[in-house]
Design a protein around this ligand. Structure first.
Ligand SMILES: [Zn+2]
Length: 151
C-alpha cells in the first residue's frame, strides 16, 4: 500500500453539493494553464490508469477519490447543445478529437484536478434512456479549441 502525505488543508467533501451561486466557467486560458502545469510532472498511480487520451467510461471500481472538482466548462444556458465539433473526421471516442469549448460534450463537462500529481481531467455524465454513463478524459492543451458554436 502506498503512503500518502497528510494534508493540512481541509478536503472537499466526497458528496457533491449544489453551489449557492452559479460557478463561473473556466476560460480557455485557465484550462490551457492547468493542462501545461500538469505536463510538468508525471501522473500518480491512480491518475496513470485514467490517462488514456480518449473519453473512457468509469466504473465504480475506478479510483477517482484523488480528484477534486475545479469548475465547469460551460453554463446551464448552453448545456442543451448536442452538436459535436469534428472538422478532421474524428468522433466522440477518438483519442485526437478536439476539446471544443461550447460544444457537446464539453459544454456539460467539469474539470477535476488531482491533489497528488496536478493531473487534470474532464468529466461528464451521459444520460441515456435507461442508463447513465460517467465518462472521463484527460485535459490536453494541444487539443483545446474554442470555435463559434453552430448547430
Ligand atoms: Zn494524480
Amino acid at each position: 500500500m502506498r503512503l500518502r502525505p497528510v494534508l493540512c488543508r481541509a478536503r472537499m467533501p466526497h458528496h457533491r453539493k449544489l453551489p449557492m451561486t452559479e460557478p463561473t466557467p473556466l476560460t480557455e486560458a485557465q484550462l490551457r494553464d492547468l493542462a501545461l502545469q500538469a505536463d510538468t510532472q508525471p501522473r500518480c498511480a491512480d491518475c496513470a490508469v485514467l490517462s488514456r487520451p480518449a473519453w473512457e467510461s468509469i466504473s465504480g471500481a475506478t479510483a477517482t477519490a484523488q480528484l477534486d472538482p475545479v469548475g465547469p466548462l460551460g453554463t446551464p444556458d448552453i448545456a442543451h447543445r448536442l452538436t459535436e465539433f469534428h472538422p478532421q473526421g474524428t468522433h466522440l471516442w477518438s483519442p485526437d478529437a478536439p476539446i471544443a469549448l461550447g460544444w457537446h460534450p464539453y459544454n456539460q463537462s467539469t474539470l477535476w484536478r488531482c491533489r497528488d500529481c496536478a493531473g487534470v481531467f474532464l468529466r461528464y455524465t451521459e444520460y441515456g434512456g435507461y442508463y447513465q454513463d460517467e465518462r472521463i478524459r484527460p485535459l490536453q492543451a494541444g487539443l483545446l479549441v474554442e470555435p463559434p458554436y453552430q448547430e
